[in-house]
Ligand binder design. Structure first.
Ligand code: HEM
Ligand code: FES
Length: 350
């Protein structure tokens, strides 16, 4: 926690996460390049340059697919949460794999062009008006740009500088990057293929992303996470008996914001689930003496006013809370960060 910006510390989990990820990339490339090179073969003889480009392109696509599956998986089953925490490292590594793919392409297809190869890339094929033969590299370039923006702004400094909501909006670019890669591969590679390995990886990946997102949305609706709103904007969270002392229930409002409702020492309080540091899930932290500790990097907040204890200055929004019989309810409108809300006494009101 800080009174000014401090860089995020590395910890054992992050090293482990990165090591497993790197091992996965190496195994994937090794499998495609050396164990079964014919898996990525083409109807015309493949030279090593193109074979490498294909292996790195396929790897970048699979990595992007996994990144987009982690979000819905973590919403369906909490055991996937550790994958979510260091997802940004995954994104940065994907950028490097995608750059390697593009470099192989540039150094082969455009290496012998008499004009500048970056100009050749953009102007060699301008058949934008037709589907077969469309310059599909354009979509690859767009995805690469998106990944580059995401990777450069992924550092903690940018989160602080841009503020978490702006940062979150910028990072939605990942979906455009993915759709663009799907267009890149559909228009380019799948059109002239005889070997179907890539078609299987590609179709399976794209279906997994779309299917998991749809399933997670249905799952949340069925399990009552996304809540109904009554006329005054009060929303049911759960029955008070379902809450454990020292822990929270996390609920998603209709606008997508997450609220962490805490029970501690016979009272209830509600603050935003998103930590002011890096959006860590506060509702998964333990609360002691009114202070909840963020499970990601240890920032603390008083659950009655959303403020970090002095001399720290971080603040998160609070929510008004009440008991309706035995049902805990929060108000859908967040209070400005740092606003005190009187904790609700369970015995008195229930
Ligand atoms: C400057 C950006 C890019 C350019 C110029 C580019 C260009 C190309 C070209 C020319 C091919 C066809 C290779 C062949 O003839 O076999 C290709 C294939 C492919 N690209 Fe890209 N690409 C770019 C970025 C990306 C990115 C960012 C990704 C993924 C994240 C990607 C994923 C793929 C995949 C999966 C293939 C299919 C590999 C195959 O089986 O041939 N590309 N790309
Ligand atoms: S302490 Fe880093 S996200 Fe909460």
């Amino acid at each position: 926690m800080s009174v000014k910006y401090i860089p995020v510390q590395w910890n054992r989990n992050k090293w482990l996460y990165d090591a497993v990820m790197l091992a996965g990339v190496i195994v994937f490339l090794w499998l495609f390049l050396f164990i079964s090179p014919e898996l990525l073969s083409h109807e015309f003889p493949l030279n090593p340059q193109i074979h490498n480009a294909r292996a790195f392109g396929a790897c970048a696509f699979v990595m992007l697919t996994v990144i987009l599956c982690i979000g819905p998986l973590a919403r369906i089953d909490r055991r996937f949460l550790p994958l979510l925490y260091n997802r940004r490292h995954f994104g940065v590594m994907t950028l490097f794999v995608a750059i390697t793919h593009a470099s192989y392409i540039m150094n082969w297809y455009f290496a012998f062009s008499s004009s500048d190869r970056y100009e050749a890339l953009l102007f060699a094929n301008t058949s934008y008006g037709q589907l077969a033969g469309f310059p599909f590299e354009f979509f690859g370039i767009f995805s690469l740009l998106c990944l580059a923006i995401l990777a450069t702004t992924s550092h903690d400094f940018w989160m602080k500088f841009l503020t978490p909501p702006v940062w979150k909006h910028i990072h939605s670019l990942i979906y455009f990057a993915y759709v663009s890669v799907v267009a890149h591969v559909t228009l380019g590679v799948l059109q002239d293929q005889q070997n179907h390995t890539f078609t299987v990886i590609f179709t399976g990946g794209a279906l997994a992303v779309a299917g998991l997102h749809a399933y997670a949305a249905i799952y949340e609706r069925r399990h009552g996470d996304r809540l109904g709103v009554d006329v005054d904007g009060w929303i049911d969270v759960c029955s008070v008996a379902e809450m454990r002392d020292g822990f929270a229930k996390i609920k998603i409002l209709a606008n997508g914001e997450r609220v962490a409702v805490f029970r501690q020492a016979g009272t209830l309080s509600a603050i935003s689930n998103a930590c002011a540091h890096q959006n860590g899930p506060l509702g998964e932290g333990r609360v002691l003496d009114c202070l909840v500790t963020c499970p990601w990097h240890g920032f603390q907040y008083d659950v009655t006013n959303g403020r970090s204890p002095a001399p720290f200055t971080e603040m998160v929004p609070t929510y008004n809370i009440r008991l309706s019989g035995a049902v805990v309810q929060v108000h859908r409108d967040a209070n400005p960060p740092g606003t005190f809300v009187e904790p609700v006494k369970i015995e008195a009101a229930a």
